[in-house]
Design a protein around this ligand. Structure first.
Ligand SMILES: Nc1ncnc2c1ncn2[C@@H]1O[C@H](COP(=O)(O)OP(=O)(O)OP(=O)(O)O)[C@@H](O)[C@H]1O
Ligand SMILES: [Zn+2]
Length: 553
């Protein structure tokens, strides 16, 4: 039975270009999941957009001496150019700078305000007398009170993932001038998170299908007790408050950005000329998945669900399959720390499927994972080229050369051949299960294992020898290997859409796998074929040194 799946993906801050951490953490797993469900025949809506607001952008603008709008627009355009190169198949990608988003965020604010879930309070906020302004979020740095990490910021600690208030930091200082701020009174609006504590605990306790790290982090956080959080800031960049008298304040970026999932869905519906079409993705038995890196967990398992509970009538997350960090030398890739490997740069030298393969096979699903150029080259050469690509190339070239560019007659199948076909069908069942449960590494491992199995079959049968004595036997071996390839193109499709599309045409099927289904399709005897080009290119070992030198390690 087909399902309806909503996929929300973290909104990247438009303060820098994309690095491999973003891809491995959020965008690639979301895209794999979307492509998989579309191929299964499910209805999918995958949305996100650039986060144009917040202090990461104003800080960058101040550093460069340009406006925040200019910074945000520049990186938004770069993201838009990167997505197709990466093969990220958005149903809709927008930004938080739209009038639709501001309106949706303001409506959410007012709805929660009217129900008493948002209230006003006077608080002490850090104020730098040297810079003469309040210091929101990332304008303050200091030591995390929980894990003692020294580079924690006024909104969150990147090391232990806990959201923070500036006043909780130890040894806090102004990011701009390094002086310790004083605390001054200012009025802010608060989200009454405490009102949702019990409902949230009851809800999270039913989420036994969540990843252990996500579930444990969330429960620990909830059981420490929820504090109400300020959701406005003294800033002039962001979505204005929908109430008169607060012109110098804006909605806090984290309250506002998560609303993007809803506003993007509405904008998608409007763009299709069906303004109500978003509703079916936010109600009924639609399952909502949110793909994010682990620093975003509390915003998606606590704050956003609390907002949705308060508003009512909209689906809560079904799953939040958050990834851990992609690291270099055990440090989180970070724009701000400048230790990143940039997506556009990598894609200017290597194929997109090589990158997607490495990041899928080494995805930081359950622990932080170091990116390694040695692994990049090894997996490309040993697995993509020697195991999978070579299998396709050997089989299809022989078929084209010896059987007049047509899928050959295979006659009667022997035991060994039937076993490979059965294993291929079983692999599709197992990858289906793994992908359904967001076990991406497991799924891609299963597919590559079948490619190895098909190579063993081919080496045993040796059609290049058979053909000299028994052309019909060689035809059978090659046909059965084509059946395995037919299964592989489906299983690899969510991960490696470019090469799967090509393999699909080489096998005589169309290139649009999403129009098929997650089953083993047999190549059609007599179908005309075009001789194949290699699916992947071998990389020189020198790539490891060149790239490591480029990173300055
Ligand atoms: N090294 C990483 N590994 C895994 N996920 C990451 C990594 N860096 C960022 N992400 C995820 O990518 C998404 C978008 O990131 P965002 O633009 O918010 O950057 P960020 O986390 O502030 O990164 P930075 O530290 O580079 O400024 C978020 O869900 C974030 O968790
Ligand atoms: Zn200062």
């Amino acid at each position: 039975m087909s399902e309806r799946i909503f996929i929300g993906v973290a909104w990247p801050y438009a303060n820098s270009q994309l690095h491999l951490g973003h891809v491995a953490g959020a965008y690639l797993p979301a895209d794999i999941f979307a492509r998989y469900h579309r191929t299964r025949g499910d209805e999918v809506l995958m949305v996100s957009g650039s986060d144009m607001h917040g202090t990461p952008i104003t800080i960058r603008a101040e550093q460069e001496g340009i406006t925040a709008a200019e910074v945000a627009e520049r990186y938004h355009q770069r993201f838009m150019a990167s997505w197709p190169k990466l093969g990220i198949s958005w149903d809709f990608y927008t930004s938080t700078a739209t009038a639709n988003h501001a309106r949706t965020a303001q409506e959410m604010f007012l709805s929660l305000y009217e129900k008493g879930y948002i209230y006003k309070n006077t608080v002490c906020q850090p104020f730098c007398s040297h810079c003469n302004r309040f210091l929101p979020d990332r304008y303050v740095e200091g030591t995390c009170p929980h894990c003692k990490y020294e580079g924690a910021r006024g909104d969150q600690c990147d090391n232990c993932g806990k959201p923070l208030n500036a006043a909780e930091l130890l040894n806090f200082r102004c990011k701009n001038c390094g002086n310790p701020p004083e605390f001054r009174e200012t009025e802010h609006f608060f989200l009454k998170l405490s009102a949702f504590e019990e409902e949230l605990i009851r809800w999270v306790e039913t989420k036994t299908h969540w990843r252990t790290n996500v579930l444990n982090f969330t429960l620990r956080y909830l059981k420490e007790g929820l504090k109400d959080r300020a959701i406005t800031r003294d800033l002039d960049w962001g979505v204005p408050l929908p109430l008169p008298g607060y012109e110098g304040k804006r909605l806090y970026v984290w309250f506002e950005a998560v609303i993007g999932y809803l506003s993007a869905s509405k904008e998608w519906a409007a763009s299709k000329g069906q303004p109500n079409a978003w509703q079916k993705y936010w109600g009924g038995d639609t399952k909502s998945y949110y793909f994010i890196g682990k620093d975003n967990i509390p915003f998606h398992t606590i704050i956003w669900p609390a907002m949705l509970m308060g508003k009512g009538g909209l689906n809560l997350p079904y799953d939040v399959p958050s990834n851990e960090y992609l690291t270099t030398e055990s440090q989180k890739f970070s724009k701000s720390r400048n230790n990143a490997i940039w997506v556009d740069d990598v894609l200017s030298r290597y194929g997109v499927d090589t990158l997607r393969y490495l990041l899928s096979a080494n995805m930081p699903e359950s622990s932080d994972t170091d990116f390694s150029w040695r692994e990049f080259v090894r997996r490309n050469n040993d697995e993509l080229v020697a195991t999978y690509g070579n299998l396709a190339q050997r089989v299809l070239t022989m078929v084209c050369r010896n059987y007049d560019n047509k899928v050959p007659e295979y006659g009667e199948l022997d035991e060994r051949s039937l076993t490979l076909i059965e294993k291929t069908a079983a692999m599709l069942c197992e990858t289906d299960k793994a992908l359904y449960n967001c076990n991406f590494r497991e799924a891609i491992r299963l597919a590559m294992a079948l490619a190895q199995e098909a190579n063993r079959y081919l080496d045993e049968k040796a059609p290049w020898k058979e053909i000299k004595v028994d052309k019909a036997a060689a035809a059978r071996s090659l046909y059965v290997a084509m059946v395995a390839l037919s299964g592989l193109r489906v299983a690899f499709y969510p991960f490696l859409p470019e090469s799967s599309g090509r393999l699909s045409t080489y096998l005589g099927f169309g290139s649009e796998l999403e129009k098929e289904s997650w089953i083993l399709k047999m190549p059609v005897v007599g179908q005309e074929l075009t001789p194949p080009e290699p699916l992947f290119k071998k990389l020189e070992d020198s790539v490891v040194e060149e790239e490591t030198a480029r990173m300055g390690l």
